[in-house]
Design a protein around this ligand. Structure first.
Ligand SMILES: Nc1nc(=O)c2c([nH]1)NC[C@@H]1CN(c3ccc(C(=O)N[C@@H](CCC(=O)O)C(=O)O)cc3)C=[N+]21
Ligand SMILES: [Mg+2]
Length: 294
């Protein structure tokens, strides 16, 4: 059996530590950290994710301010709310749940968030800082969560051949930039126009898959004893949630693998808390959060 990278368990351990950390700020007389969560519309999956984020905030002692806006909200109304939250000194982080309804320009919304409050790290300034190796930006939650998980399990990344499948702005691109930081690993990014996916994935010491296609990755596509990180969240017709990797088919060939659910997803949520605390720490004259140090 491979090592199962248990993101659920690790996220719970980290949340307990974050709870103690927040208690220490409160006992110094500081205010509670606060995260504003904006949800536009009523997509069922988005509602589930937002609820998870809010529950996790409450557990560690971060106030979560909910803004549940109707599907009919205009872009101008959303931009006005963001402007108000940007100017509110008691709000540390702002998260706009994606995807947004199609009548709203997502990029314009992301760029309206004060980059210092951009807990998702999606603002071009934060993406640019990650791309240029500057350490004072915010790292997107899924890549940060994966990095923390790899380090926790003492999986070596230095000089490894990493293959990232999926080139999205929220996972694939920032993940590849993180592995490239300090010239840590050799990175290949594959996407829907990659000519022969298997030629690339077969060479990966660490394979990260973030596409959204059940069973995309089978045993013939992975290298023996490699590490497989599955970011996919696919809901099947029977309600079951599976990743992009055919877990049962691949598991006996690899040395470590993340399950879905219980792998990357919970690490994404815990990274949102870490990013919120990091912003709060900087605002109160502390160093960035140690878990954001790459
Ligand atoms: N602005 C923004 N930031 C995000 O970070 C963001 C977003 N929008 N939109 C949607 C995606 C998706 N995402 C997940 C978070 C947690 C789980 C998670 O906790 N998954 C659990 C449970 C899965 C389930 O039951 O649905 C697991 O994998 O074990 C999954 C996916 C954050 N996203
Ligand atoms: Mg994310």
């Amino acid at each position: 059996m491979p090592l199962i990278l248990n993101g659920k368990e690790l996220s719970e351990t980290i949340k307990k530590e974050l709870k103690l950390e927040v208690e220490s700020y409160i006992s110094k007389g500081l205010r509670k950290p606060a995260l504003a969560v904006i949800l536009v519309g009523s997509d069922p999956a988005s509602k589930v994710y937002v609820r998870r984020k809010k529950e996790s905030c409450e557990y560690v002692g971060i106030s979560s301010l909910s803004f549940n806006l109707p599907e009919s909200t205009t872009e101008v109304e959303l931009l006005e709310l963001i402007g108000k939250l940007n100017g509110d000194d008691d709000v540390d982080g702002i998260l706009v749940q994606l995807p947004l309804p199609s009548h709203i320009n997502t990029q314009r919304v992301i760029e309206a968030i004060n980059p210092e409050k951009d807990v998702d790290g999606f603002h071009p300034l934060n993406m640019g800082k990650l791309a240029t190796g500057k350490d004072d930006g915010i790292i997107p939650c899924t890549p940060l969560g994966i990095w923390i998980m790899l380090k926790h399990y003492r999986i070596e990344t230095f000089k490894k051949d990493v293959v990232v499948v999926g080139a999205s702005n929220i996972v694939g691109k920032p993940m590849s930039l993180l592995f490239l930081k300090n010239e840590e690993a050799t990175v290949t990014v594959c996407h829907k126009n990659t000519k022969n996916l298997k030629d690339h994935t077969q060479k990966a010491d660490i394979l990260v898959v973030a596409v959204g296609k059940p069973k995309l990755i089978t045993d013939d596509m992975v290298k023996e004893n490699s590490v497989v990180i599955d970011v996919g969240i696919n809901r099947l017709e029977d309600g079951k949630i599976v990743g992009d990797v055919d877990f049962d088919n691949v598991k006996d060939k690899v040395s470590a693998i993340t399950p879905v659910p219980g792998g990357v997803g919970p690490m994404t949520v815990v990274s949102l808390l870490i990013n919120t605390l990091s912003i709060y720490r900087k605002k109160h004259g502390f160093s960035p959060h140690p878990l954001t140090e790459i």
